[in-house]
Design a protein around this ligand. Structure first.
Ligand code: BG6
Length: 488
């Protein structure tokens, strides 16, 4: 696939995301020869740097984070990097940016193709497009223009609608690439291929054969340096409204008629529209919110959420959510989906567990385990199938055994990281793995009533750091004769 030459203009270039994710992703794409023959990167932020000073900074960061040796290849990559200091809120100063982009377009023969990557606080998502438009920098008269934005896409439904309007004032939907990095994960994309390319599983993927579904995204880290942001967001906005619902969309969608962005995103959108709304009565039963509290683990003291830097000492923000939800359509009628996410849990793991129904007559005893398919999104990516086998020896008892596939057994296949894949797709102009406006709003439609009901004084259970969340979350399943899987 021949890619168009292009310039990637990164707003927020002195920030953490640029250093930790974007530049390393671009570097890997470069060394694996997946970028176009001619490309440039223009870092933009308020700080004053010369091109050379910014390049040196990026190079040091790459050497450190990727554990690289200084090399010619690294210098060659860094030579593509340029820098422009800019007061992003000041429209006039964009004249300088325009000059810079024109210069780079000529130097790299990019025909004016530009990706604007907004790696900035969302408060600038309105301002930057407006300033770009004031200088005609959004216009596609010369070359294509694309805009990448990072979550959060709004703080609630109202602000999400307002943000959408702002973005659409200057960019068409097909120019806007909303990053939900979970969609960039290879294992999340595989849900589509796994479900719809296997005659073994496709016929079973519905209410007739599936008893229930678990989706877990656990993190062992706390809020780290992001207490200020997180305290205003909470797990519901930070993880559930976007990442977990996108994963759910892939698990529950109908088969797309074609593999293209419209067909695929139409189907996940329908899932979001079909989520059964949760009212106050159901929420009392089906939602558990938690907040981590201090604990000592293996001699290490872990502070509670309220003692974290930037967090209000009386904070009622949830760092854990467990929710039972259902989907109002034919495929999933009567099948509960249990979804949970939390910080400071025992381990970092994201997985989807499909629990199949038991056989009709328990001829081998009541304790015969159900069949499970564990789709490990991260880490130790792979798929584990658990099924029953005759316990060797006398009698006819069943015991649970496993069959396993692991991605690291695919010798020589390099799996792209989420940012590599998403950056590559945005350069190709393929929006399949980006959140579409209507889908984002449909997710907010589901989440907003939950936020409204819980906002003033949510019932919040404490859980000690390093545990699997409040015990009330276990009861969500045990009261129905089920259990979470506790991966290690
Ligand atoms: C981000 C959240 O979107 O996703 C973070 O803001 C969270 O709070 C992160 O830690 C998790 O991503 P991953 O890829 O490590 O599961």
């Amino acid at each position: 696939n021949q890619l168009d030459n292009n310039c990637i203009a990164i707003f927020g270039a002195s920030g953490d995301l640029t250093r930790r994710k974007l530049i390393p992703a671009l570097y890997h794409l470069y060394i694996t020869e997946q970028l176009s023959a001619s490309f440039s990167i223009l870092g933009i932020s308020r700080t004053e740097y010369s091109d050379d000073a910014y390049r040196a900074r990026i190079k040091d960061a790459l050497i450190e984070s990727e554990k690289l040796e200084n090399s010619e290849q690294l210098d060659e990559f860094c030579a593509h990097i340029h820098y422009q200091s800019l007061n992003t809120a000041d429209q006039d100063s964009y004249a300088v940016l325009k000059g810079r982009l024109t210069e780079l377009s000529q130097q790299y023969d990019t025909a004016g193709n530009v990706i604007y990557y907004l790696s900035t606080p969302p408060s600038l998502y309105g301002v930057i497009p407006e300033c770009l438009a004031a200088h005609d920098l959004h216009s596609e008269k010369d070359g294509w223009k694309r805009l990448i934005v990072e979550k959060p896409f709004g703080y609630d439904k109202k602000s999400a609608v307002a943000l959408d309007k702002q973005l659409h004032r200057f960019f068409r939907e097909d120019q806007i690439y909303r990053i939900d990095h979970y969609l960039g994960k290879e294992t999340v994309q595989n849900l589509l291929v796994f479900r719809f390319s296997n005659g073994l599983f496709e016929p079973l993927w519905n209410r007739n054969y599936i008893d229930h579904v678990e989706i877990t995204s656990a993190e062992s880290i706390g809020v780290e340096e992001r207490g200020g942001y997180y305290d205003g967001a909470g797990a519901m906005r930070d993880m559930f409204q976007n990442h977990l619902l996108q994963v759910l969309g892939m698990v529950a969608m109908e088969p797309p008629a074609r593999i293209n962005s419209d067909a695929i995103r139409n189907e996940t959108f329908k899932v979001f529209q079909s989520l059964h709304p949760l009212d106050e009565t159901r929420l009392k039963e089906d939602l558990v919110l938690g907040q981590y509290t201090a604990s000592d683990i293996r001699g290490e003291h872990m502070v509670g959420y309220r003692e974290e830097h930037g967090v209000d000492e009386n904070s009622r923000t949830e760092t854990y959510v467990a929710l039972k939800l259902s989907i109002d359509n034919w495929r999933w009628n009567g099948v509960p989906f249990y979804v949970r996410t939390g910080k400071r849990l025992p381990t970092r793991v994201t997985e989807v567990v499909i629990h199949f129904k038991k056989t009709p007559h328990p001829v081998f005893g009541q304790n015969t385990p159900d069949n499970k398919l564990v789709i490990r999104i991260q880490p130790d990516e792979g798929i584990l199938m658990k099924f029953g086998l005759k316990k060797p020896g006398a009698g006819f008892e069943s015991q649970e055994v496993s069959m396993e596939f692991r991605y690291d057994s695919l010798d020589g296949t390099e799996v792209l990281t989420a940012y590599e894949r998403l950056l590559l797709d945005s350069i190709k102009g393929d929006p399949t793995l980006f959140a579409r406006s209507d889908a984002v709003l449909a997710c907010w439609d589901f989440v907003q009533p939950i936020l409204d009901i819980t906002q003033d004084n949510p019932t919040l259970y404490g859980y000690a750091c390093g545990t699997w969340g409040p015990k009330e979350a276990d009861e969500l399943l045990t009261r129905e004769g089920r259990q979470w899987r506790f991966p290690c």
